[in-house]
Design a protein around this ligand. Structure first.
Ligand SMILES: Cc1ncc(COP(=O)(O)O)c(C=O)c1O
Length: 402
C-alpha cells in the first residue's frame, strides 16, 4: 500500500497563494445556482438562445474538417492560431471595419481569455485601469487576479463621459482604458460616435491603449451602426472579439486585433497559458464561415433577440410601477434597471426567487460594490411566454416593495 493512500489529507493546510485565496468567487455564478432551481424563470444568466445554435451547419462544417483537413485539425498548432482562420478574420475586418493584416490577429479561447492576456501583459500589482461604472464583471475578475485598481468613469446614454475619464487619467495614471463599447454588459449602453472620437483623442493625448471589448458589436437590432473604436483609433485600440454570441459560447473561440508591434507579447503570454486555442474548433469555425454561413446566422439571431427585447420592454412598460427606469438597448443581450434609491435589488432577490423569477443584482458590476438599486435582465435566453410571465411576476414584486 502506498503511504497516505487511506489517510485523510489536510488540504486546508496547503499553502495556496495569498492572492488566490483572496479571490472572490463570482457572485453571478452563485446567483445562477439559485436561479437554476426548477420552475424559476431566469433573466440572470448571459446565455445565448440554445435553439438558435446552427447545429446542422456546424455538423456539415465538422464533416469537412474531418474529411478535408484530417490530422492537422487534431494536431498542435501555432500560439497565434491557425493561419487560415487568422487570414479570414483579417480579410473580414478589412472589408467591414478597418485595414487589418494577419499579423494583427491572435486567436483566443473566447474574449474572456483575451481580457486575461491583456491583464497578464500589462498589469503590475496596484496599477490602475479605467473602466466604465458599472462594467463587465468577468473583466473585473481577470483584472483582480493581478491586483489591479480601478479608476471608474460614470456613463450616460452615450457611454463613458470623456471629461471624467480625463480627470481620472490625470489623477491615477492608468495603464489601460477598458470599455465595452457596444451594447455593454451590464447596461446595454452603446458609446456614441462623438464619444468614441473623444476617447481616442484622450488615449492619444496620454498615450494609453484602449481595450475595446467588442463582444456584442455584431448583434445590433435597432438604431444606426456606429464606427468601431478600432476603425477610428487604429493602433491605439486593441479590439477583443468573440464567436460566443454569434455562433456558440461552448466553442470557446474569440480573437484579438491589435498593433502588430505588441502581438508578440500576447503570443508569449498565451504560450504560458495554454500553448494555443483548440485546433479543432478553429478549423470548424473556419469552415463554417468559409461556407458563407455566418451572415445568415447572425441575421437569425438579430431577428430573434429584437423580438425578445421588444416583448420584454413592452411588458415592463405595461406593468412596472412608476419610479423605475430602464435602458432600451439597440443590440446585445441585456437591459439595465434602476429602482428608486432606497430599494436594494440584492435584498429583493430571495423574494423574487420565491416568486420563481430571477435576475442579477447590480453590485458585482461596480468595482466599489455600489449600485444597490440596480439590476440586470437578460432577454436572449427565455421564451416569449416566460418573458411575459417573468416580467409580470417581477412587476408584482416591485409594486409590493416600492
Ligand atoms: C463584455 C463581455 N466580454 C467578454 C465576455 C466573455 O465571453 P467569451 O465567451 O467570448 O469568453 C462576455 C461574456 O458574457 C462579456 O459579456
Amino acid at each position: 500500500m502506498l503511504v497516505g493512500q487511506n489517510e485523510k489529507v489536510q488540504t486546508e493546510q496547503w499553502k495556496i497563494a495569498t492572492h488566490v485565496v483572496e479571490l472572490e468567487s463570482s457572485i453571478i455564478r452563485e446567483i445562477l445556482k439559485i436561479s437554476s432551481q426548477p420552475g424559476v424563470i431566469s433573466f440572470a444568466g448571459g446565455l445565448p438562445a440554445p435553439e438558435l445554435f446552427p447545429m446542422e451547419e456546424l455538423r456539415e462544417a465538422m464533416e469537412i474538417v474531418v474529411t478535408k483537413h484530417g490530422a492537422p485539425a487534431f494536431q498542435y498548432t501555432l500560439s497565434r492560431g491557425i493561419p487560415q482562420l487568422r487570414e479570414l478574420l483579417a480579410e473580414r475586418a478589412t472589408a467591414y471595419d478597418t485595414a487589418t493584416s494577419v499579423d494583427n490577429i491572435l486567436i483566443t479561447a473566447g474574449a474572456q481569455q483575451a481580457i486575461e492576456l491583456v491583464a497578464r501583459a500589462f498589469i503590475d500589482r496596484g496599477d490602475y485601469i479605467i473602466t466604465e461604472y458599472p462594467t463587465y464583471v468577468g473583466a473585473l475578475q481577470a483584472f483582480n487576479y493581478y491586483q489591479a485598481k480601478y479608476a471608474t468613469v460614470e456613463m450616460d446614454a452615450e457611454g463613458m463621459i470623456p471629461e471624467r475619464a480625463e480627470e481620472k487619467i490625470l489623477k491615477y495614471e492608468p495603464k489601460l482604458i477598458y470599455t465595452v463599447s457596444n451594447f455593454q454588459n451590464p447596461t446595454g449602453i452603446t458609446m456614441s460616435e462623438n464619444r468614441r472620437v473623444k476617447l481616442i483623442e484622450l488615449a492619444a493625448r496620454h498615450n494609453i491603449p484602449i481595450i475595446d471589448d467588442n463582444s456584442y458589436g455584431d448583434i445590433r437590432f435597432a438604431g444606426q451602426p456606429v464606427p468601431s473604436l478600432k476603425s477610428l483609433g487604429g493602433d491605439r485600440v486593441i479590439a477583443l472579439r468573440s464567436f460566443s454570441k454569434i455562433i456558440a459560447p461552448g466553442l470557446r473561440l474569440g480573437w484579438m486585433n491589435g498593433p502588430e508591434s505588441i502581438m508578440g507579447y500576447f503570443e508569449r503570454v498565451k504560450q504560458c497559458t495554454d500553448l494555443h486555442t483548440n485546433t479543432l474548433c478553429q478549423y470548424l469555425i473556419y469552415e463554417f464561415i468559409s461556407a458563407g454561413k455566418l451572415e445568415a446566422h447572425i441575421a437569425r439571431i438579430i431577428k430573434d433577440y429584437r423580438a425578445k427585447r421588444d416583448l420584454m420592454v413592452q411588458t415592463m412598460r405595461d406593468n412596472f410601477p412608476e419610479g423605475i427606469r430602464w435602458t432600451e438597448p439597440e443590440g446585445g443581450l441585456f437591459l439595465w434597471v434602476e429602482l428608486p434609491e432606497h430599494m436594494s435589488a440584492k435584498e429583493l432577490l430571495p423574494k423574487a426567487v420565491a416568486m420563481k423569477v430571477a435576475y442579477v443584482y447590480g453590485e458585482p458590476f461596480f468595482p466599489d460594490g455600489q449600485g444597490q438599486n440596480t439590476l440586470r435582465l437578460n432577454f436572449s435566453n427565455a421564451t416569449h411566454d416566460n418573458i411575459v410571465e417573468g416580467i409580470t411576476r417581477l412587476a408584482e414584486l416591485l409594486k409590493e416593495n416600492m
